[in-house]
Each structure stands twice: as structure tokens, then as C-alpha cells.
Design a protein around this ligand. Structure first.
Ligand code: XMP
Length: 322
């Protein structure tokens, strides 16, 4: 059998096993948070195949999503013929994150608010189970083994102890590349999308999360994505595994026309990786970086006046900045 045939068979086996396990586990109404990311989408499709209308899919707009993301996720679930409820909770997230700058505390606040939104949805639909798209690196990096906590992933470490739902994690033992294979196998259109962290842009905006700063990061991420995708289409560089911008609360002096500007810093991050556990920085052509820098500083005039390029591997860095 060809290698490709073997992978297809393997992916189908993983899908069948997961659906069977979910049928055995879930005997009542279940709820799932769908972010549009590959992990939660695969978990939703598997659970929907297993229990059909017992599953309630909810998309929480935290105000921390990428540009146009909410519309795209709604469209994707429409294409999958799975009903999706969209809850706009952005004000709630921003108000709870006010004044919070410590990375672990941000993750805890976000994790807790996620669950609180879910409890409200649960009381509406009477769910007993919470399905999550947790994959192996999520809990390994959250201190699942004997290791130090590197980052508490919002779908693991952020869980409050008094959560009143039975947690079901069909992808818990799997790595990203296996989940991608499953996504291709079940025909999820986003299977080639780059991964996006559960806490969203929160881990890319260092310092306080205000709507303005998150919007700046959103625009910078969009600019980075557009330029790098353009360069890849022209065959100028390989498609990185993940590529984005982060906003740093580092102010430096700059100049716009005759005016002095004391603006913040955007960092461009692009990495090659297989499963996110380790990564190498992706070389991006210098003229592409220059075009990104020009567009970011023009678009965010007065707010951002410096753009830098991160050339750190993982380890010693992590992929995200928080
Ligand atoms: P790091 O930054 O730890 O990230 O090298 C490894 C991969 O995980 C993603 N990431 C997350 N995914 N919840 C998630 O679902 C999280 O809290 C989280 N934090 C990081 C990150 O984007 C990268 O792909």
C-alpha cells in the first residue's frame, strides 16, 4: 500500500475509534466551544457524528479573535451542516481582563470566563457534558507530566475547580499532525489553516489587553499573514507552520513627518514546526519583511513605530510570546 493510502487508513481508524468512544461516553446533552481552530472543529465533527442533535456547538466571540474570524467560522459550520450558536462576550472578557498584565493570570481569567459563559449556555440547553478539543501538547505543556508549567493552556489550566460539567476530550492523546490527518479525512475545509491559540490574540498582546491594543495586533497579524501568504504563492519562501505578529509594550522614539512619536513595537514571528512542541524560526525574505514593516507602521501610525523580526527557535523560546 502507498504511504498516502496508509495515512488515510490510519486517519479513518482514528476517526472511527473516536466516534465509537464518544458514543459510549455521552448519553445526554453535550456542549462544545467551537473556536474555528482545527482541534475544536475536529472534536465537534466527531461528537456530532457520534450523538447528533444531543450536541450544542457554541462559538464565543471573546473580542480576541483574528480579523473576520467570526464570520469565517460561522460559514465553515454552515458548510458542515452543523448548527452553531454565536455568543458575543467581548465586553465581558475585556472587563475581566482590565489591569491584568501577568501572562499566567491572563490565561486563568480567560479560561474561567470561558467556562462561565459555558455555564450560562449549559443552563439554557441543560448540557451535562463539555466536549473539548484538548490535544496532547496542551496538557503536557500545562504540567501534565513531571515538568514545570510552561503555559497553562486555556482549555486545561484555566478550568475552575467547581466546574459542573463532565469533561470529554476525544483528542487528548493525539498530536497536531494526527489531528490534521483526521481533519483532511473528514473533509474539514480549515485543515490547512495555521493553528490559533485558545486564548486568541491575548497571548500576542503583551501588557494590558485593551480593545485598542488588541485591534492593533489584529491588524498587524492580518498584514503579516497577507504578505507571507503572497510570498509563498510566488514561490519565494516555504509556508511557515505558524506566522503572525505580536504587540509589545515597548515604547521607542520615532518620527512621522516632523512629529515625534513615542509608539509601541510589533514583532513578526514565523516558525516551521510539526506539532508545536519544538520549532525553528522560518526565514522570510527581507523585502517581504520590509513591506510588512511599512504597512504596519502606516496602518498603525502613532500607535506602532517599530517592527522587529523574531529569530528564536523553540526551545529556548516558545512559539507565542506569552
Ligand atoms: P507555544 O507558544 O507554547 O505554543 O510554543 C505551541 C502551540 O500551541 C499554541 N498555543 C495554544 N493553543 N491553547 C491552545 O489551544 C493555548 O492556551 C495555547 N497557547 C499556545 C500555539 O499557538 C502554538 O501553535
Amino acid at each position: 500500500m502507498s504511504r498516502y493510502g496508509g495515512e488515510v487508513l490510519q486517519a479513518q481508524m482514528l476517526v472511527d475509534e473516536a466516534v465509537e468512544a464518544l458514543q459510549a461516553q455521552i448519553d445526554d446533552t453535550a456542549i462544545i466551544a467551537c473556536s474555528g481552530g482545527i482541534d475544536s472543529t475536529v472534536a465537534a465533527v466527531l461528537a456530532h457524528s457520534a450523538v447528533g442533535s444531543l450536541l450544542h456547538c457554541v462559538y464565543v466571540d471573546t473580542g480576541l479573535m483574528r480579523k473576520d474570524e467570526s464570520e469565517e467560522v460561522a460559514g465553515m459550520f454552515g458548510d458542515l451542516s452543523i448548527e452553531l450558536k454565536v455568543v458575543d462576550a467581548s465586553e465581558r472578557f475585556f472587563s475581566h481582563l482590565e489591569g491584568v498584565t501577568e501572562p499566567e493570570e491572563k490565561r486563568m481569567v480567560i479560561g474561567e470566563q470561558f467556562i462561565r459563559v459555558f455555564e450560562e449556555e449549559q443552563s439554557t440547553c441543560g448540557a451535562k457534558y463539555l466536549v473539548q478539543g484538548t490535544i496532547a501538547p496542551d496538557w503536557i505543556e500545562s504540567g501534565g507530566g513531571e515538568r514545570d508549567v510552561i503555559k497553562s493552556h486555556h482549555n486545561v489550566g484555566g478550568l475552575p475547580e467547581d466546574v459542573d460539567l463532565v469533561i470529554v476530550e476525544p483528542l487528548r492523546e493525539l498530536y497536531k499532525d494526527e489531528v490534521r490527518e483526521m481533519a483532511r479525512q473528514i473533509g474539514i475545509s480549515s485543515s490547512e489553516r495555521q493553528p490559533f491559540p485558545g486564548p486568541g490574540l491575548a497571548v500576542r498582546v503583551l501588557g494590558e489587553l485593551t480593545p485598542d491594543r488588541v485591534e492593533a495586533c489584529r491588524q498587524a497579524c492580518h498584514i503579516v499573514e497577507t504578505h507571507i501568504q503572497g510570498a509563498v504563492e510566488e514561490g519565494r519562501c516555504d509556508l511557515p507552520w505558524q506566522y503572525f505578529a505580536a504587540l509589545l509594550p515597548v515604547r521607542s522614539v520615532g518620527v512621522h513627518g516632523d512629529a515625534r512619536v513615542h509608539g509601541e513595537t510589533v514583532v513578526v514571528r514565523a516558525v516551521a514546526s510539526l506539532d508545536g512542541m519544538s520549532a525553528r524560526y522560518s526565514p522570510i525574505p527581507h523585502d517581504v519583511l520590509a513591506a510588512i514593516s511599512t504597512e504596519v507602521t502606516n496602518t498603525l501610525k502613532g500607535q506602532v513605530n517599530r517592527v522587529v523580526y523574531d529569530i528564536t527557535h523553540k526551545p529556548p523560546g516558545t512559539i507565542e510570546w506569552e
